[in-house]
Design a protein. Structure first.
Length: 343
């Protein structure tokens, strides 16, 4: 039997589907593998091209199979979907992956190292804690509002509500309600401590990364954004330009162009939402600071703010930050400030 030179793997939790073809495109292997059979199968097989979708556990399996001498390529699932001929099943998915990985115009995802995945996990955990903190604060506000107790927005308003909860002499809060609110307050304190611990881990990883420290010099980029960029982009050379990186993040307008007419709309939800959120927040801080001091080093930003809203300008500045970061990561250079311009 001829050996497969290209194998598509449909990843799963326990039952994996593989589809292999030889040099002539003839199917030579189509079978299911249990989780414990995956590595022994590829250990016995001669080195070949292995394609997988960039989904959960794909980076782990990519590193494991690549260590056995195979060439592993990860692809976005949305780019593999058009190659599914009919119906949705594991065999059809593996065949589509095997077909898509050989296309010369296919876009691939770089395999992340365990250190990069660990850094991203800290980011995701911190983001989860922040959402939980928001949920707990909203619950405290809503429960106390039922008894006519409200406070202003922000940290000071929450502190006032906490003092009301801790004051056992305040008759506006029934004892049973106070017990529930004290439990929420204890949970809120725990989440705050966990956010601070995540910040410390991110800062320690930032200080150990030379690339992350160089990116920190970009206005609007701090240790949080710098580490997220370094961990999310294993190989910046995988992008042909900074525009490709900003498009991958999702900082470009959605196009609906035809007949030579360009129609650009809003940015879509496609791309890396977490990086997009961080970069836009950093850009807003730069714009806010420029309005406070009355000048900026970006004349194009001044002109854009004259005819567009602050949020649109923030998207454009976030796009610029992403392109600058790509140039610094690929060329190994440091950030250079432009000339001052009046706002």
């Amino acid at each position: 039997m001829k050996e497969a030179i290209t194998i598509g793997v449909d990843l799963a939790k326990n039952v994996f589907q593989v589809h292999g073809v030889d040099a002539a495109g003839v199917v030579v292997v189509r079978r299911q593998l249990r989780r414990g059979q995956v590595l022994p199968f590829f250990r016995k097989h001669p080195p070949c091209l292995v394609g997988m979708e960039a989904c959960a556990t794909s980076h782990h399996w990519g590193r494991e199979i690549e260590a056995l001498g195979h060439e592993v390529r990860l692809m976005p699932p949305r780019y593999v979907k058009p190659y599914v001929k009919r119906n949705k099943n594991d065999a059809a998915d593996a065949e589509a992956i095997c077909e898509a990985v050989t296309r010369p115009t296919m876009r691939f995802v770089e395999i992340k190292t365990p250190e990069q995945q660990a850094a991203l996990m800290v980011h995701r955990t911190r983001h989860l804690f922040i959402r939980q903190r928001t949920t707990l604060i909203n619950a405290l506000r809503a429960h106390l509002a039922e008894f006519g107790i409200v406070a202003g927005v922000g940290r000071l308003g929450v502190e006032r509500l906490v003092k009301v909860i801790e004051d056992g002499k305040d008759n506006r809060v029934p004892p049973m309600v106070r017990e529930c609110l004290m439990a929420l307050r204890a949970q809120l304190d725990l989440v705050k401590r966990q956010i601070l611990e995540a910040d410390q881990r991110i800062l320690a990883w930032h200080r150990a990364s030379e690339v992350s420290q160089r990116l920190d010099d970009i206005p609007g980029v701090g240790p949080l954004i710098a580490t997220a960029l370094v961990a999310s982009v294993p190989d910046p050379h995988a992008f042909n330009s900074g525009r490709d990186l900003s498009a991958w993040i999702g900082l470009v307008p959605k196009q609906n162009s035809t007949g030579g007419k360009e129609r650009l709309g809003h940015i879509s939800k496609a791309g890396n939402r977490y990086l997009r959120m961080l970069l836009v927040a950093g850009a807003l801080s730069v714009i806010r600071r420029a309005k406070q001091v009355g000048y900026t080093r970006r004349p194009w930003l001044t002109k854009l703010l004259e005819r567009r809203s602050t949020k649109i300008a923030a998207i454009a500045l976030a796009n610029k930050i992403a392109r600058t970061a790509w140039a610094m990561m690929t060329q190994g250079t440091f950030y250079k400030e432009p000339v001052l311009q009046a706002v």
